[in-house]
Write a protein that binds this ligand. Structure first.
Ligand SMILES: NC(=O)c1ccc[n+]([C@@H]2O[C@H](COP(=O)([O-])OP(=O)(O)OC[C@H]3O[C@@H](n4cnc5c(N)ncnc54)[C@H](OP(=O)(O)O)[C@@H]3O)[C@@H](O)[C@H]2O)c1
Length: 248
């Protein structure tokens, strides 16, 4: 049975991914920061079966690496897929009022763990060389819209990282994709109060990514509820002619 490593598993989007994984008949290996977060995950997913949790600090240099080492040592289930959705820091401070501390906090929470997630899990997926493998990150359209500077800036490097990842992973066993989200999604209990979209409905989009082995280097776009089941797909590998050095 296939297993999906979830990073940022306990958030609105992570819960959605966990639901997708279980619906697809796979198992979840979820990184959580503590037992309270693990309980939150079980509650919002509505199940414990099929979910293994492991505690780690995904914002630290060693956090995700340490989990992969435990998998390699056979202490945790082997995984074939990775889904990353760490972040959720959504401050509205305008650019001209943003302190250096606030900027760094936003990057340390919304960007860096997603980079660690890629750098520290891809070598394992490549080593396993399982042809079913995939690596997916959830990004926000806020990175293009720019309405709130902090969240917007922190999405920018994820977009750029993905462009490099698509090229580096192009001829490997791993399908790297981006789940690009432009609507507000919250765990069902909260969405029922706020009118946001429900995690359990958004789950359909990740189910599609897991199921569709033709999607590679794709931006899977979700801008309205209809896209949960019928996302728009944009292939992102771009080939540009390099300018010869003599012409610089
Ligand atoms: N929700 C949306 O509508 C939406 C829309 C567009 C894009 N996105 C993308 O999805 C990402 C996640 O959004 P979300 O709504 O799921 O966020 P969220 O509900 O706040 O969850 C974020 C996840 O990151 C973890 N986390 C946050 N700070 C942490 C820290 N300091 N140390 C360890 N873990 C930490 C949380 O763990 P705990 O549960 O332990 O706090 C949780 O698992 C966003 O950053 C964005 O890129 C979301």
């Amino acid at each position: 049975m296939e297993t999906v490593l979830l990073i940022g598993a306990t958030g609105n989007v992570g819960v959605s991914a966990a639901i997708a994984v279980l619906r697809s008949g796979r198992k979840v290996l979820a990184i959580v920061r503590n037992q309270d977060s693990a309980e939150k995950l079980f509650k919002h997913v509505g199940a414990r079966e099929g979910i293994t949790t492991v505690e780690a600090d995904v914002t630290s240099e060693q956090g995700i690496k340490g989990v992969v080492e435990q998998v390699k040592a056979g202490k945790l289930p082997a995984f074939q897929h990775v889904f990353s959705a760490v972040g959720g820091l959504y401050r509205t401070t305008p650019l001209l009022e943003m302190t250096t501390e606030e900027l760094r906090e936003s990057m340390a929470r919304n960007w860096e763990p997603n980079f660690f997630a890629y750098r520290d899990t891809m070598p394992y997926l490549l080593e396993q060389n399982d042809p079913r493998s995939s690596w997916t990150v959830c990004t926000g359209s806020s990175g293009d819209v720019g309405q709130h500077a902090g969240p917007a800036i922190s999405q920018g490097p994820i977009f750029s990282m993905l462009q490099s990842a698509y090229l580096e992973a192009e001829h490997t066993n791993v399908r790297v994709n981006e789940l690009y989200l432009g609507v507000r999604v919250e765990v069902d209990e909260s969405a029922e109060k706020t009118g946001a979209q429900k995690s359990s409905d958004f789950a359909a989009a990740y189910e599609k990514i897991l199921a569709n082995d033709q999607w590679k280097a794709c931006r899977v776009i979700v801008m309205k509820p209809k896209h949960f089941t019928e996302p728009e797909i944009e292939v992102r590998i771009r080939r540009v002619a390099m300018i010869p050095e003599s012409e610089f």
